[in-house]
Design a protein around this ligand. Structure first.
Ligand SMILES: Cc1cc2nc3c(=O)[nH]c(=O)nc-3n(C[C@H](O)[C@H](O)[C@H](O)COP(=O)(O)OP(=O)(O)OC[C@H]3O[C@@H](n4cnc5c(N)ncnc54)[C@H](O)[C@@H]3O)c2cc1C
Length: 341
């Protein structure tokens, strides 16, 4: 739950910003999410999201090779699909590019303070009558019997039978260990970051490091409402280690001050809040968004968002509503009991 800090619960560790990572064909989730995140940034200050300019640079050294440290090739493409998506997109003029950069993209984005936003989401759920319980499940079908419809006194709406219950499986990384799911395509993409008090004037992202391993990245973003600046990072598939590695932390900070001295001129001028690790829920083949009958209970799966879970959240949730509508035969979005893990 928000307030907990386990590496396997990815959401609190996220930056989190909106940098399109999908291919154009798979961009529905991001396209459908952007308007809502922008609206929250502009109209709902208590959600903990603000507008921030994004600058995405392609390192000249990686023009002929894979880039993005596993995060996204498409983000760093020379003519990205999102150039026509953001109304304020512009190609960065050569005179403004940092040394060693082949080209760059600039657009207005958002940065989320997850400590505030996740708690705000819980509040929105409470306001809508959602009953929240803490439990560790060994099998997905257990979720159905935890539903409040089985506790008549606590039920804020008319109790339904188990046949009417639909489970939405949003278990992220641990979908690989959950009975009834056991998805072997899911593994961690370990993210190590440094959180500092220094401001990042924009959200910077570079396609590759100059000499460090390909799983290491260069990015920064300043969270809304005093959430500090996140310096990244790594994208290390298969690595479950929740402990920050001091050598990696040094490399993250050295790259940042070398590339973006406007954040801090030297490593010792970085004012560190904490070193942290979160495990992104990576899935071979991409996010799982489908429906399945497990032991007689309908389950709608929505997990495996890797490094784009916030920026694809409203889009994928919209698909969940459609899938629930398919099961019930009702119009998508019609009221129905559901349980979220
Ligand atoms: C450092 C870092 C930076 C990131 N930056 C960004 C960014 O800038 N933009 C962006 O969009 N995304 C970003 N991400 C990715 C994003 O955080 C994830 O995609 C997203 O948080 C996944 O959300 P989720 O709800 O699917 O998974 P999680 O947040 O991991 O939640 C899964 C939940 O399921 C619960 N659960 C699992 N198994 C069980 C069980 N058996 N019983 C009970 N409960 C269970 C867990 O306890 C947890 O509460 C970043 C991630 C990291 C780590």
């Amino acid at each position: 739950m928000p307030g907990d800090h386990d590496a396997q619960y990815a959401s609190p560790w996220a930056g989190a910003n909106f940098l399109p990572m999908s291919t154009q064909e798979n961009s529905r989730w991001e396209r459908r999410t952007w308007p809502e995140l922008r609206r929250l940034a502009v109209e709902v200050p208590e959600a903990g999201i603000h507008l921030q300019k994004a600058l995405v640079y392609r390192n000249a050294k990686d023009l002929d090779v894979r880039c993005g440290g596993g995060l996204s090739e498409d983000l760093f493409a020379p003519e990205p699909w999102y150039s026509t998506f953001f109304p304020d997109y512009r190609k960065v003029p050569a005179s403004e590019l940092p040394p060693g950069t082949a080209y760059g993209h600039e657009f207005g984005s958002v940065c989320i303070n997850t400590a505030i936003y996740l708690a705000w989401l819980v509040g929105q759920c409470r306001k809508l009558g959602v009953v929240i319980k803490r439990a560790s499940l060994s099998h997905i079908s257990e979720a159905a019997s935890l539903h409040y419809a089985h506790e008549h006194d606590a039920a804020p709406a008319n109790p339904s039978s188990k046949d009417d219950i639909i489970v939405v499986n949003a278990t992220g990384l641990l979908a690989c260990q959950l009975g009834g799911v056991m998805d072997k395509a899911v593994q961690p993409a370990r993210a190590q970051v440094v959180v500092v008090r220094n401001d990042s004037p924009a959200m910077y992202s570079i396609s590759s490091t100059d000499n460090d391993p390909p799983e290491e990245l260069v990015y920064s973003m300043t969270r809304a409402v005093g959430g500090g600046t996140i310096l990244g990072g790594t994208y290390d598939k298969g690595n479950w280690d929740p402990a920050p590695d001091p050598a990696i932390a040094q490399r993250i900070m050295q790259r940042i001050v070398a590339k973006f001295p406007q954040i801090a001129p030297r490593v010792d001028a970085l004012d560190v809040v904490r070193h942290a690790v979160g495990l992104r829920p990576y899935r071979d083949g991409g996010v799982r968004l489908d429906k399945e009958l497990v032991d007689g209970v309908w389950v709608v799966h929505n997990y495996g968002h890797a490094g784009w879970g916030f920026q694809g959240s409203y889009g994928t949730a919209e698909r969940v509503v459609e899938l629930v509508g398919d099961i019930t035969g009702r119009t998508a979005g019609a009221p129905h009991h559901s349980a979220r893990l």
